[in-house]
Design a protein around this ligand. Structure first.
Ligand code: MF3
Ligand code: CO
Length: 266
């Protein structure tokens, strides 16, 4: 069942999404070589709790950390750990909060130093594909229009691998609501998009093939070919002519540019 949100509910959800954006902005301002991702996870939890919210991933189906931090060949659900980040690493940071009973859930990928031309393009194109998907999140379209737009921009145009095993989703009082939003699909197929639906759209795109596997811990997803994977996620509300993006990359991007340890020349 797909739950449409009222105008007032969408404003609550905007606050939740923006708290995630602010948390990711905090991460963008401190990330540097030598720092470990367990430290980032602690900063994330503290920032969320300081803002009267709860990290929603912690204990979700037994997930053991506050955030998912996925480095290089880790696609998603990376466990924060004590390994030091280094020049050339590509780090997806995925954060979820519950604020006033409403979920925010979004992600951003950072690069430390210069990860090289190929990976720079992968990051740029994955972010672009998210916006191509969002353009389709309007009343009268179907989920497949979003999926097609993402696949077309990444797999068809650039030959990247679109991960099939994990998908975007509805968002609200639950972290994962209907509908599922795959990053591959056919135009005109899937559920109809209605005014007030809130979706977490999240392309997971591999430099190499789309094949992935899950580690024995049941969570960490990696590319089979060990090549880099990139993940961006926005929370958006379906509207008539233009989707309303509830999360905000502009503050994250400003912090990314101000941090000389991060690549930002996309
Ligand atoms: N953004 C991811 C998702 O929407 C994060 C979930 S991780 C979990 O599925 F730990 F909460 F499972
Ligand atoms: Co999500």
């Amino acid at each position: 069942m797909i739950i449409c949100k009222s105008l007032e509910e969408v404003e609550w959800m905007r606050q939740s999404a923006l708290l995630v954006s602010k948390t990711l902005t905090e991460v963008a301002s401190i990330i540097k070589p030598g720092i470990n991702t367990l430290h980032l996870d602690k900063v994330i939890a503290e920032f969320i709790r300081d803002h009267k919210a709860t990290p929603s991933f912690l204990n979700y189906h037994g997930y053991p950390f506050n955030s998912c931090i996925s480095v290089n060949d880790v696609v998603v659900h990376g466990f924060p750990d004590k390994n030091e980040l280094k020049e050339g690493d590509v780090i997806s940071v995925d954060v979820g909060v519950i604020l006033n009973k409403w979920h925010g859930d979004h992600a951003y990928t950072f690069a430390i130093g210069n990860p090289g031309k190929e990976i720079i393009q992968l990051i740029k194109v994955t972010k672009e594909s998210l916006y191509k998907g969002i353009e389709q999140a309007i009343v009268g379209n179907r989920v497949g229009d979003i999926s097609f737009a993402i696949q077309n921009h990444t797999e068809t145009k650039f030959g990247y691998g679109v991960v099939r095993e994990l998908v975007g989703h509805g968002l609200g009082k639950d972290l994962h609501e209907d509908p599922q939003v795959p990053n591959y699909g056919k135009r005109g197929c899937g559920s109809q998009l209605k005014n007030g639906m809130v979706l977490a759209i999240e392309p997971m795109i591999n430099l190499g093939t789309r094949s992935v596997f899950t580690e024995k811990d049941g969570w960490i997803v990696r590319t089979k070919d060990k090549k880099t994977s990139v993940h961006f996620e926005h929370d958006v509300c379906v509207r008539k002519n233009k989707a309303d993006i509830l999360s905000d990359y502009s503050i994250i991007e400003a912090a990314e540019k101000a941090n000389s340890n991060l690549f930002s020349d996309y």
